[in-house]
Design a protein around this ligand. Sequence first.
Ligand code: NAP
Length: 260
Amino acid sequence: MTTINKEQVQLLEDTYGLKDKVVVVTGSSKGIGATIAKEFAKKGAKVVVNYNASSSAAENVVDEITQLGGTAIACKANVSNIEEAKSLIEQTVNEFGRIDILINNAGITRDRTFRKLSEAEWNEVINVNLNSVYHTTSAAINTMLEQKFGRIINISSIVGQAGAFGQTNYSAAKAGMIGFTKSLALETAKNGITVNAICPGYILTEMTAEIPENVMESIVSRIPMRRLGTTTEIAEACIFLANSEYITGQCINVNGGAYM
Ligand code: NAP
């Protein structure tokens, strides 16, 4: 990612309506979440960098943000655990007085064909990718309702729309996020809260680094744009949704044309 100086940060703050908005990004120690955290901070938002295991990576994200004059704290919480997810939101409100934007990004894969998939692998993926969304959102929703303002952005996946070989657990969780998004959008639309999903295609991160090279070549050959997406392209979609008042219940595809 290109480095920018403090004057450029000031310009971004003035351009976007995110100055002093409080953002929680689950799973932002690495990958897509880390880029989302940094891009929101560059536009003046106060960011909570959530992680479960990678504390030094999360501290690095916070350091990068503060060195640019931004505001961020790191907060450890396993969002698949309801008490820890509640505590993440409580710590956010205690520190910054509100929560404006919740980005449910934490996710894992445990790929296996269905006949070999264990109950533990099923449950782990559903807990981290889908139950976490219930945990954080239920903890944040009352504050957003009182504020009469909120943006909830769920990072789903193309796999939740199209399915993928060896990913019954992951595609069920990601499709579940889309249904959750639409239903909650209906319930909260009159209260100044928008709820949307982003469905990334294949994005270059540690998650996709695990895909064998020959499988990756075949994936890229089926993407009309013939390349993986970048984490910045997902962050840009989040910023667009955070700034939109009249878009709710939608699923924004950022996938190089791989699913239409
Ligand atoms: P990644 O590089 O593996 O990063 C995952 C992040 O989630 C890490 O910061 C990790 O932090 C955090 N995390 C994992 N389990 C957690 C838990 N229980 N509680 C809190 N944080 C947890 O993954 P990524 O590729 O950036 O993916 C981010 C999101 O985008 C995921 O939801 C993924 O399903 C979705 N997505 C990715 C792609 C892709 O091609 N990469 C495509 C479509 C959708 P710790 O290491 O600290 O646990």
